[in-house]
Write a protein that binds this ligand. Structure first.
Ligand SMILES: *[C@@H]1O[C@H](CO)[C@@H](O)[C@H](O)[C@H]1NC(C)=O
Ligand SMILES: *[C@@H]1O[C@H](CO)[C@@H](O)[C@H](O)[C@H]1NC(C)=O
Ligand SMILES: *[C@@H]1O[C@H](CO)[C@@H](O)[C@H](O)[C@H]1NC(C)=O
Ligand SMILES: *[C@@H]1O[C@H](CO)[C@@H](O)[C@H](O)[C@H]1NC(C)=O
Ligand SMILES: *[C@@H]1O[C@H](CO)[C@@H](O)[C@H](O)[C@H]1NC(C)=O
Ligand SMILES: *[C@@H]1O[C@H](CO)[C@@H](O)[C@H](O)[C@H]1NC(C)=O
Ligand SMILES: *[C@@H]1O[C@H](CO)[C@@H](O)[C@H](O)[C@H]1NC(C)=O
Ligand SMILES: *[C@@H]1O[C@H](CO)[C@@H](O)[C@H](O)[C@H]1NC(C)=O
Ligand SMILES: *[C@@H]1O[C@H](CO)[C@@H](O)[C@H](O)[C@H]1NC(C)=O
Ligand SMILES: *[C@@H]1O[C@H](CO)[C@@H](O)[C@H](O)[C@H]1NC(C)=O
Length: 836
């Protein structure tokens, strides 16, 4: 106290000059002078404490005085009559700052006058700052940040901030704050009055805040709280516990570390009586799809929020007669999230070439119901709602989410072959890496994008357990399925959804394909361990897909054409290789005839071909589908689409079931095998007749595959037109069918040259069609399925005698044969194939 000279003058902010001095020697004598140019006033007055046994007095210029007011330009000398004036008197230093007419003193606020020049009394510094109407003033409290306290509470260190504002002429109390809290910024519109109470022993020289001005905040005030770790903050609406000003808006912003989560709970609130509008709180919550989240005060407030959020209190137009009271006291609790949250998972993609893992929110129906944020954090630092992990590195992730079922994971991996020589016959196992399976988030899709060199290689997908195609008749209810979709450049082709437990042994696809493992239940992990899918690069083929099906007697097999419901793409063809065990019979039944398929160009047809004998039955798919047929040997079902008129689609669903061969058949077989040529012929004749009768009975619908028999059918059959006939068994079939559009590509011979089918000579049948089954069958055979080689067909197709509509039953030549006529018209097993 002593030792300070008189008239110490401080230059503050270049504008304000203030001098305060204490007379030398006189321990209890003070001199305070304020420059005329300041807007500071100093008031010394009695504290609120009652006068004690040893009263203390203030002597101003030797006269007893209750208070002392020092105004700008004043110079006052005073002293106290006791040794402990701090127990009796307080000092108030008020400074008016008018930013509308003077430059605002922005930056750090120093305490003026310097505390050491003032008597040791409890001190109150008041800054009353005015700014323009559309200006806001921002107070930044660097550490220690502030903690709001309620009415009647006091701060342990005696250092207290009061923040007040104005709405018009009415003062609004924003709040009372102690040091060491979370409030870091307070923004007020237009004006702010800051009151800092310091106990007499406090020696600070800084106010603890800095100020700047900002554009309008369009609300009463804005309070920012920063959490650096776990903790809580209790905050109150302006004027609390009294009523929040009518129709005002106040916002709190919360800055929360990424690894923590915040919950809001309303400790106390009351609603006023609204005449217009509704009182509410609104949140902006990261990750919410429905921001702002609007709540009534009575609602349960959001919890477990990760990331920074803000909360606004919106008042209403109150009923003038009975306004009621709007007030709110709430707590924000910031905690380490429980369980999952602090577990770190490592996902090692460093050895992956082309794989990405996306963890994202499961799509949900939008609702107004609040859902807390659900985050994935990389290295526990950067959290987001949607995270994609790229290949080439290791990732450490953790989750900030109350309910991990709200997330799912999608993975895409590309396996591509650029050099067909290298890939040919190579196999890859389509497996889900363990790092993916260990994550606590459900794997939704794991997609393998399989890319092959165009026209060079195709793909074979071979499952460890045979697959079932998902159909209405027999649907997949397993925990996961494989979705297979062609990803050609043109039209995409969805082959279908396949799950374990069926008869499909292999799926071969012509070109690039996307195989997606889609899960439906968490139990897929166990089921997956029994399943595996291997992809092999195989020589190129021209059908869109070939399915290898080995049914068993346990259950019926349902199969359907790709792109179900949308129709097989124009001109696409698909084949099913259906195997039949030697002691069993397969029944092939077409269940759904979706259509009224109408072709614009080309013909849509189906070929059922016994593999052993190559005997074929051809059906036009623009007509009624064939009835059930039985098959004793492996057979093909080949379907080929035309280019349909728009709106007409080709969708076929068929069923294969197995039964034991009947004894009759065995007998016949034995007989056939054991008998001579005559017996064989006779038997064949009998059975064929039986068969034909049966067929007649069955075939009540219009005939299938109607052609105008008057046209010359011979031309395409001429072998010389098919120089490579041996390698191209299909040529004659497709030429007859008149389907350049469909199978034109198949007519290319192995040299790649295009064999022009002489299809122009064929015209679709224009005349009336008959109800009866095919009767083009050769007179000496009477068998619906007969053997005709390409060569020998020529003489037998008598256009004149063949003018009636017929069902093609047109076998091709035997494999390895050069098409000579020596091939028996009826082979020994024929009866078995056509009989029951
Ligand atoms: C001082 O206060 C008065 C009244 O509040 C005001 O008119 C004046 O502009 C203020 N001066 C400064 C420097 O703030
Ligand atoms: C000074 O402040 C302290 C609390 O910080 C209080 O206990 C004391 O009563 C005050 N003194 C006066 C005279 O008001
Ligand atoms: C405020 O609400 C509380 C319940 O939250 C209630 O007990 C109290 O009576 C209300 N006060 C007023 C003034 O309406
Ligand atoms: C509240 O948060 C949202 C989103 O972060 C932001 O757009 C908005 O400006 C914030 N409101 C205030 C008053 O800061
Ligand atoms: C994990 O959190 C859920 C709900 O948040 C709780 O029910 C469960 O007990 C927690 N588990 C552990 C191990 O803390
Ligand atoms: C994770 O949380 C548990 C308690 O839930 C705690 O014991 C453990 O230390 C935490 N681990 C880390 C790495 O923070
Ligand atoms: C997540 O990000 C990926 C990649 O940016 C995007 O494709 C996907 O749509 C996003 N998901 C959500 C739910 O936003
Ligand atoms: C799935 O369907 C099969 C019959 O198709 C049935 O036996 C099995 O119980 C079903 N499983 C579940 C989980 O529904
Ligand atoms: C047809 O399937 C059977 C049984 O799986 C198989 O042995 C045969 O090789 C397949 N044929 C073709 C041409 O793929
Ligand atoms: C049926 O398709 C398979 C596989 O593409 C093929 O090998 C077979 O020759 C086709 N049969 C006919 C008669 O087209």
């Amino acid at each position: 106290m002593a030792g300070l000279s008189c008239g110490v003058t401080l230059t503050l902010l270049g504008v304000l000059l203030l001098g305060a001095a204490r007379p030398p020697g006189g321990a209890e004598a003070f001199v305070l002078s304020l420059p005329r140019t300041t807007n500071i006033t100093i008031l010394i007055k009695r504290g609120l404490l009652p006068l004690g046994a040893n009263p203390c007095h203030l002597l101003v210029s030797g006269k007893l005085s209750a208070t002392l007011l020092i105004k700008p330009g004043d110079r006052k000398e005073f002293r106290f009559t006791c040794q402990n004036p701090e127990a009796h008197f307080v000092i108030e230093v008020e400074r008016n700052i008018d930013c509308t007419s003077h430059p605002c003193p922005f930056g750090e606020f120093e305490l003026q006058p310097v505390i050491s020049l003032l008597p040791h009394l409890n001190r109150t510094f008041i800054w009353d700052i005015q700014a323009g109407k559309s200006t806001s003033l921002e107070l930044v409290f660097s550490r220690p940040r502030l903690r709001q306290i309620g009415r009647g509470e006091s701060c342990p260190d005696g250092v207290t901030y009061n923040i007040n504002g104005h709405i018009g002429a009415t003062e609004v109390r924003i709040g009372t704050f102690c040091s060491t809290g979370t409030v870091s910024r307070i923004k007020m519109q237009e004006s702010v009055k800051i009151t800092l109470h310091l106990p007499w022993f406090d020696k600070r020289s800084h106010s603890g805040f800095s100020m700047s001005s900002q554009s309008s905040i369009k609300r009463l005030c804005f309070i920012e709280s920063v959490f650096e770790g776990e903790g809580s903050a209790t905050l109150m609406s302006a004027n609390y516990p009294f009523s929040f000003p009518e129709d005002e808006l106040m916002t709190w912003q919360f800055v929360i570390p990424a690894h923590l989560r915040a919950s809001v709970s309303f400790l106390q609130f009351n609603n006023s009586n609204c005449a217009k509008k509704e009182e509410r709180v609104e949140y902006y919550i990261p990750g919410s799809t429905t921001n702002p989240e609007v709540f009534r005060l009575a609602d349960k407030q959001p919890g477990n929020m990760a990331g920074n959020f803000n909360l606004s209190l919106q008042g209403c137009d109150q009923d003038a007669q009975n306004p009621g009271i709007l007030r709110l006291k709430f707590q924000v609790l910031v905690q380490c999230p429980h369980n999952e949250s602090n577990i770190t998972y490592e996902v090692d993609l460093s050895k992956e070439q082309a794989m990405s893992v996306t963890i994202e929110p499961r799509p949900v129906k939008l609702s107004r119901r609040f859902v807390p944020g659900c985050f994935v954090c990389l290295e526990s630092r950067t959290c987001s709602t949607n995270l994609t992990l790229a290949h080439g590195s290791k990732h450490r992730i953790s989750f900030l989410c109350d309910d991990l079922t709200r997330l799912w994971m999608n993975v895409e991996k590309t396996i591509s072959c650029t050099d067909h020589r290298y890939c040919h016959r190579r196999s890859y196992s389509l497996q889900v890496p363990r790092d993916i399976l260990q994550l606590p988030v459900q794997l939704h899709d794991f997609s393998w994008k399989l890319l092959v060199p165009k026209d060079r290689l195709s793909l074979a997908l071979v499952p460890a357990q045979k697959l079932q195609q998902h159909t209405q008749e027999r649907f997949c209810n397993s925990s996961f399925s494989y979705l297979v979709a062609g990803t050609g450049l043109g039209q995409d082709l969805y082959f279908g959804s396949f799950c374990a437990g069926g008869a499909i042994e292999q799926i071969q696809v012509k070109q690039n394909v996307l195989v997606t493992l889609r899960t439906f239940a968490p139990s897929f992990q166990q089921d997956l361990s029994r399943q595996a899918l291997t992809v092999t690069f195989i020589p190129y083929f021209k059908e869109e897909g070939i399915f290898t099906v080995t049914p068993d007697m346990k259950s019926k097999v349902y199969l359907m054409t790709p792109n179900w419901e949308r129709g097989l793409p124009s001109l696409a063809s698909v084949s099913w290789n259906i195997s039949v065990p030697s002691d069993q019979v397969a029944y092939l039944t077409f269940l759904k005839e979706r259509t009224g398929l109408v072709c614009q160009t080309g013909r849509a047809f189906m070929i059922i071909q016994e593999q052993r004998t190559k005997a074929e039955q051809i059906f036009s798919l623009e007509e009624v589908l064939p009835k059930s047929s039985s098959h004793h040997h492996n057979f093909w079902v080949n379907i080929s689409n035309c280019s349909p008129v728009s709106g007409k689609k080709l969708d076929l669903l068929f069923q294969v079931s197995l039964t034991w061969r009947t004894l009759d058949m065995t007998v016949i077989l034995i007989a056939v095998v054991g008998g001579g040529a005559l017996l064989l012929f006779a038997l064949g004749l009998i059975i064929c007749l039986v068969k034909k009768n049966r067929k007649k009975k069955m075939n009540k619908g219009p005939a299938i595959g109607i052609y105008n028999g008057n046209v010359n059918t011979q031309i395409p059959m001429q072998p010389k037109k098919f120089p490579n006939v041996q390698k191209d068994h299909d040529a004659h079939v497709y030429a007859v069918i008149d389907d350049t559009m469909v199978y034109g590509h198949l007519l290319q011979d192995s040299n790649g040259s295009f064999v022009q089918p002489e299809v122009d000579t064929y015209r679709p049948f224009q005349g009336p069609t008959e109800d009866c089954p095919p009767s083009f069958l050769l007179p000496y055979s009477k068998v619906p399925t007969i053997k005709l080689t390409t060569k020998e067909s020529s003489p037998d197709f008598n256009p004149e005698s063949d003018s009636e509509p017929y069902t093609f039953s047109h076998p091709s030549k035997q494999n390895g044969s050069d098409g000579n006529t020596d091939i028996p018209l009826l082979d020994g097993h024929e009866p078995a194939e056509t009989g029951e």
